[in-house]
Design a protein around this ligand. Structure first.
Ligand SMILES: Cc1cc2nc3c(=O)[nH]c(=O)nc-3n(C[C@H](O)[C@H](O)[C@H](O)COP(=O)(O)OP(=O)(O)OC[C@H]3O[C@@H](n4cnc5c(N)ncnc54)[C@H](O)[C@@H]3O)c2cc1C
Length: 485
């Protein structure tokens, strides 16, 4: 039986991001992926938002995605675009890029890292004991791991086998999504009616059309057919545009559910396996990537023995409320996509309010992920929030904060007197950097904050301690997050 420190079930965006995080932390990680390679049939998600671009930038790979996508102000509520171009970030926009491109780029990235991938292999179940997990694979094989992470999508086998409840809201509407060819030229743009949104767009090859159509009645859980698609198009448009030769037909719904817990002993959940929702607002892929970046370094430290297992509980404590808030936001966006006359009145009202500065920033903060705040206690507004990518000046020259995070290692950033902190017991785990910074301190949504004199930055880019000219609380923060001295 092959052994790995961590086995990840599912090599979608969440599984690949987690594999990269663990490999960067030098943990022996393997991914078990049902598909025979990383080609994704169907374009699926259409991109991600600002904070996700920042997370990829923290690892030095954002440019690979930016080169293939198109940046745009894509966050919306009602009919109002939530323009975030004035947010203090290097990436004040969303990135339009299809999920099959995202997965191709991610797969190429993890191929550069020491990640073992078992393609064409399915996880069937597992059993855990005090020292590890036996992961049962299709074909009768099994793997032994210290930890198993289910990144196996909304129908997660891992979540079900772990007996983790998945409470939430049943579906009330369904959409068909497909890629196919047509014989009649479809109309441009999206159409909205009392059932929801519909649209046909030509893809880059000029031949394939991507279709999204809301069904009049909630569709069954069985696989949709070309016949279903034709009928749904005729109902909305009065024609099926001669649709034929589909390469992909799928159904998605507004079912909204969240796993009651992200951890059951040595088994954890991340991404769609832990939460599902309607794609309004385009947040699903981002939520999974954020889960992976929150979990990766914690799991790595526990596997290496530098931190106690209880560090893993902070993964649930931090991500569960943040995801719950995002799910509620997608439910609100979804309802606003059904403009019968009464709903249209609400859409107009919300859209009018969202043009105003304060509501625009608040809503853009949620969709972009730039307002994420992990509850790390009272203190400076930066505590538990994202570290801005500042342009620092060091003895060796200019340096961006995100460059310091490329290897997913924590940073103690001293902006005061050089050599002001003594952290020798953590020197093998934490990078200590003396630097100067002369610019403004501004956070998205919150605005200007008091300049700190030092910061302890976690590998996920969130601030674990803020200095006020002394080292009060620093040892505690180092011990809490990066283990005993
Ligand atoms: C139409 C549509 C549009 C969307 N638009 C957006 C958008 O614009 N922006 C956005 O952020 N999100 C969007 N989403 C959501 C997004 O696609 C998902 O949130 C995202 O794919 C979740 O990633 P994941 O890795 O957690 O799960 P998945 O992408 O589902 O990956 C799971 C992986 O696990 C594998 N697998 C499953 N079971 C097993 C098993 N037992 N053993 C081994 N492997 C297994 C699968 O083959 C797959 O590769 C959209 C979704 C849909 C359907």
């Amino acid at each position: 039986m092959a052994k790995h420190a961590v086995v990840i079930a599912g090599g979608g965006p969440t599984g690949m991001m987690l594999a990269a995080e663990l490999a960067l932390a030098k943990v022996d990680v393997a991914v078990v992926e049902r598909r025979s390679n990383h080609v994704l049939v169907g374009s699926r998600a259409g991109g991600f938002h600002s904070r996700t671009i920042e997370l990829l930038d923290q690892r030095g790979v954002a440019a690979r995605f930016l080169a293939e996508g198109q940046v745009a102000q894509a966050a919306m509520i009602g009919t109002t675009v939530l323009d975030m171009s004035d947010f203090p970030t290097r990436h004040p926009y969303s990135l339009g890029i299809w999920q099959n491109q995202i997965e191709r780029i991610m797969a190429a990235w993890i191929a550069e890292l020491p990640v073992r991938i078992y393609y064409g292999c399915e996880v069937k179940g597992f059993s855990q004991d005090d020292s590890g997990v036996d992961v049962e694979l299709s074909g009768g094989e099994s793997l032994r791991a210290q930890y198993l992470v289910g990144c196996d999508g909304g129908r997660s086998v891992i979540r079900k086998a772990a007996g983790i409840e998945f409470p939430g809201w049943d579906p009330t509407r369904s959409n068909l999504i497909a890629e196919a060819e047509v014989t009649e030229e479809p109309p441009r743009g999206m159409r909205q009616d009392a059932t929801g949104v519909h649209g046909l767009h030509r893809l880059e090859d000029g031949r394939t059309v991507r279709v999204v159509v809301t069904e009049q009645q909630l569709g069954p859980s069985s696989e949709p057919t070309l016949r279903d698609l034709r009928a749904a198009l005729i109902t909305v448009y009065g024609t099926d545009f001669g649709i034929h030769s589909p390469t992909w037909i799928a159904r998605f719904t507004d079912m909204t559910r969240q796993a009651a817990t992200c951890r059951a002993g040595r088994v954890l959940l991340a991404g769609d396996s832990a939460h599902v929702h309607y794609p309004a607002g385009g947040q699903g892929l981002s939520l999974g990537v954020h889960d992976a970046v929150n979990l990766g370094w914690k799991l790595a430290q526990v596997v290496k023995g530098t931190s106690a297992e209880s560090l893993l509980d902070t993964y649930h404590d931090e991500r569960h409320p943040v995801v719950a808030r995002a799910l509620r936001h997608t439910m609100a966006l979804t309802v606003l996509q059904r403009p019968d006359e009464r709903m249209k009145a609400l859409v107009d009202l919300v859209s009018e309010l969202a043009i105003m500065d304060e509501p625009r920033k608040r809503l853009a903060g949620i969709i972009s992920g730039l307002d994420i705040h992990y509850e790390l206690g009272e203190g400076h507004p930066l505590l538990g929030r994202r570290m801005p990518d500042l342009d620092l000046l060091t003895a060796d020259g200019p340096l961006r904060v995100f460059t310091l995070l490329h290897d997913a290692k924590p940073v103690l950033l001293n902006l005061g007197e050089p050599g002001g902190f003594e952290i020798t017991p953590w020197a093998d785990r934490v990078q200590a950097i003396d630097a100067g910074y002369a610019g403004a301190w501004e956070l998205p949504v919150l605005g200007a904050v008091t300049p700190p004199t030092a910061l302890l930055i976690r590998p996920d880019g969130y601030v674990a301690w803020v200095g006020d000219g002394t080292d009060t609380g620093l040892r505690d923060a180092l011990t809490t997050w990066f283990g005993s001295p």
